[in-house]
Every structure is written in C-alpha cells, then in structure tokens.
Design a protein around this ligand. Structure first.
Ligand code: GLN
Length: 279
C-alpha cells in the first residue's frame, strides 16, 4: 500500500501541532528525509509522490517519540553543525546553531596559521572537529570529563575524517602542552534555571553539559584561571556565553589578567561569544 506524501505530511504535522511541538512541519520533513529519503524540494517537483506503508509506519513511530518530547536529533541519531554531520545521543549536548558563531570567530582568528588549538568541554566534538575541518594547519586537541561523550566525539572525528586528539580530563587535569587558542562552550546554565528549560533540553541533554553552578559561571571562572598556564604568550581564549553573561564573563577575564576583551553577538543580536588575549 502506498501513501501520498501530501496527506501524510498534513496528518502528522497536525498530530505534532496538537501535542504542542513547535516547528512541527520542519520535524516531519526531516523525518521523511531520514526514513524515506524524500526532500521537501523533490516533493514540490512531484506532488503526487508516495511512500510505502513500511516507511510511513517507521515515521509514525518516530512521531510518537517526538510527541513525548524526545528531541528529533536523538530519534534520528544525528544532527548537522556547520555543514558537517554529527552523531548524538543522551551523553552529549546536541550541537546548537548559536555555537557556529563561536567556531566562526576561532576560524577567522586562526586563518591559515600553524596553531595549536584546545577545545575544553568538547561534548560531541562539534567545535574541535569543525575547526580541524576548516583550518588547514591547525593541531586540535579536545578534552571532556565524560568518557561516554568522548566515545561519540571520537566517532564524529572518524565520520568527518578529521584529526582531533581527545583527552579524558576534568578540565585541565590531564591536558599537556601549550596552546595558541583555547576555545570552550562550557556548561553555563544557572542550576536553578534548569527546571525552566524546555522538556527536550532538561530531560534529554545531559545535565553535566548544562549546569554551570549556582551563578552559571563556575566553568568560566575555573577555565579562565587555569587556561593561563596552558596558553602561549599572546594566546587567545574564546568562550560561548549565555545571552546575559557578557559583562560577568568579561569581568572574570579581566580579573584573571586577560586583555583586549571582545564581545560578539549572534544572529538574533544576543551577546554570544567573548574572546580575549592572554595578558
Ligand atoms: N562543546 C560542545 C558543544 O558546544 C559541548 C558543550 C557542553 O557540553 N556544554 O556542543
């Protein structure tokens, strides 16, 4: 039995809408692409397109999961970041579009320089791997406290044919050597705010990757302090920050002797990245 894509999309988008899932039709099209290899653009060229009952059943099973707020990325097991594919599961933060701004800034700074880069709290490896992919002459090391996260990051390194070295480490504990750039998107949510996050995030992203302590600033404090011992002269530190943390994180950097502190906004015009030079 064949089912018209047109009817299928309508019916299942309505189901997700009714369950209060935002961007329902985006999710349905991503599921169609994943399970039936049908792109929205192809459908518009052939609006009588059909899918098999088996494909429809698979997608409907996924829709049920989505109704239960399981993130789409966990259902299909992967996501896209800076045009590359990353495997994800419950042990890593799902890479966010906002983080692309951080990578952009690092890539602009690195240019075609022969630099040593460290990604602290690498999670899925998305930052380290995209920098390794985009910059020809860099050597990239990535650290994370979670072995389970590093397992995924290593798979992503292989998947994207990049050359990142991984270290299991509680911040700098097992990190060796000196770096020209230290980049980090550390956990930065205030502990008490985690319960207010949407269900997809608070139930499915690892709390280890979200929780920045009571002030949300624990990791900025620890990393800014310790990074000085691991940065070369005039080395640079790049942080992703929460939209309301620019002033506090800039102050932390200042107190730790960094200079030339710059704040960058994301596309929604929220403060998103802070970088500075080792003083
Ligand atoms: N560096 C990873 C990312 O940006 C993980 C960040 C984290 O776990 N806080 O997605």
């Amino acid at each position: 039995m064949e089912i018209l894509v047109r009817d299928f999309v309508k019916e299942n988008t309505d189901k997700l809408d009714a369950a209060g899932i935002s961007d329902a039709s985006v999710d349905i099209w991503l599921l169609l692409e994943h399970f039936a290899d049908i792109k929205k653009s192809e459908y518009f060229a052939n609006q009588d397109m059909q899918i098999s009952k088996i494909q429809a059943d698979q997608i409907e099973e996924a829709v049920e999961k989505r109704i239960n707020h399981i993130p789409l990325q966990h259902i299909i097991g992967e996501t896209e970041f800076m045009g590359l594919t990353f495997k994800v599961n419950e042990n890593v933060l799902i890479p966010r579009f906002d983080t692309e701004i951080l990578v952009d800034e690092v890539v602009k700074y690195v240019g075609d320089g022969f630099l040593n880069v460290l990604d602290m709290c690498t999670g899925s490896g998305c930052i380290a791997i995209t920098i390794s992919d985009m910059c020809d002459n860099v050597t990239v090391t990535a650290a994370d406290i979670s072995k389970d996260a590093l397992d995924i990051a290593k798979e992503n390194n292989t998947l994207n044919q990049t050359d990142v070295t991984f270290v299991e480490s509680d911040l700098f504990e097992n990190v060796e050597g000196k770096f020209d750039v230290i980049v980090s998107n550390p956990p930065y949510i205030r502990t008490e705010e985690i319960e207010n996050l949407e269900e997809e995030v608070k139930m499915h992203d690892p709390h280890l990757a979200l929780d920045g302590g009571e002030s949300g600033l624990d990791f900025y404090q620890a990393i800014a302090k310790q990074a000085k011992d691991y940065l070369n002269e005039s080395g640079m530190i790049f942080f992703e920050i929460g939209f309301d943390q620019a002033e506090e994180v800039s102050n932390i950097l200042k107190e730790n002797g960094y200079k030339d502190i710059v704040v960058k906004k994301d596309l929604a015009m929220y403060d998103r990245v802070v970088y500075a030079k080792k003083g």
